[in-house]
Design a protein around this ligand. Sequence first.
Ligand code: BES
Ligand code: MN
Ligand code: ZN
Length: 491
Amino acid sequence: MRISFADSRPAHPHALAIAVAPATLSGAGLAALPEAAQALARAAAQASRFDGEKGAVVEFYGETDAAHRRLLLAGIGAKSDFERAGAALVAKLLTSGEKTLVVDISAVAGDKPAEAAAHLAFGAALRGWRHDIYRTKLDAKQRPSLEEIVIVGGGADAPTLWADREAVAEGVMFTRTLITEPANILYPESFVERCRPLADLGVKIEVLDPEAMAKLGMGALLGVAQGSVRPAQLLVMTWNGTGNDSEPPIAFVGKGVTFDTGGISLKPPAGMEDMKWDMGGAGAVAGAMKALALRKAKAHVIGVCGLVENMPDGNAQRPGDVVTSMSGQTIEVINTDAEGRLVLCDALTWVQKTHKPKTIVDLATLTGAMIISLGFEYGGMFANDDELAGQLLAAGSDVGDKLWRMPLGDPYDKLIDSPIADMKNVGPREGGSITAAQFLKRFIDDGVRWAHLDIAGMVWASKPGATWDKGATGYGVRLLDRFVEQNIEKR
Ligand code: BES
Ligand code: MN
Ligand code: ZN
């Protein structure tokens, strides 16, 4: 979708949307339309019980600029939610047959018109993303028709502000693509290949292969991978936009299980296909790195993706096996389906030993129990530092990647003690997300600020949301980007 900004409406055929707030529905709010079309607009609004609420759209037909065309009113609500308005318009028009949409925001743009225009463009871009490459027989009427959006009324600074938002949208869309690709296409090595082009943006790409990981003693991660013919990869992406080599980094660490069968503790068949998106944490890290590099964020960030496939073959690890992690701590693998923590623990140890970050945020589709706790509305956050927790909560609520803080504590930690090793990889069923977090906490060095985001319920949506269709949401990219912007760049 091409997005541009203009002072006046283009001459070529287009649908025309007027952004309206509850207060601008009467009076001069519709002044962009000729009188006759204004009357139609008011009638359409009334008939549809539309009062400018955010994300609501009314559609009618009328004449402007000497042509009959599709006209729309797009509500921004009382709090001027341009992102929702942009998304709602695209949801409505994506396969409508229209090729060009013009959105006039003049009446509601207020004193920050460029910001308003950029937000509208952002919502539109995010909602317009599709992954149709495998649908070779898609009916013509189901194919996207919308090619172009022209936003009128954003003023001269709109393109500059949009450039930053566009960077983040690109990151979100990259993540969605990674998450949507099936596991025969996206596996550890091909995940790495998809990320290599980030080098062109100035991201340093390093990859540890199984031999390198074995040398480092990553027995926990490699234990998960040993049941698959796909070699594991530890992907390390570094972005330093500070211009200072000695700037201490922060680290993002993602669970990248490109498919999770459960291993020998095999999952039941129903819904197992969902486990292609068990790399959603790694996907979010990759998308965030792309966003940060594209907008040249003034921050030093290391993104680490632990990439493995969890399969049950003759060489797969067995329940009861004891593995030694890179940290030296030993783990009794009670359940081979609790593999994410085994992957993450070695990735966490590696990044601490190698780069000494003071702050680490890990993201993982770690537990089904997280979905039982919070449903599909909030990611669960576990943190050893109240300031970091507050920063992530704030960033998340700003951008709509909502988080809810969960508890940690010694009584939970005790539940993963093992009679034969330093710990076991599962606790009791109750509090399953918390014991998973406690497991990870055992690998965090003293003095390191750490947050673990269990995003099992957030990566994939069974129904459309504000800025996504059903399917991959891209959760986490905007969150990490905003966290960096607010807390690392603006220090
Ligand atoms: N990848 C799953 C968690 C998951 C489940 C994510 C559903 C998204 C949707 C994880 O590896 C897993 O299998 N966890 C087990 C842990 C259990 C064996 C302690 C679970 O949640 O059942
Ligand atoms: Mn699993
Ligand atoms: Zn998993």
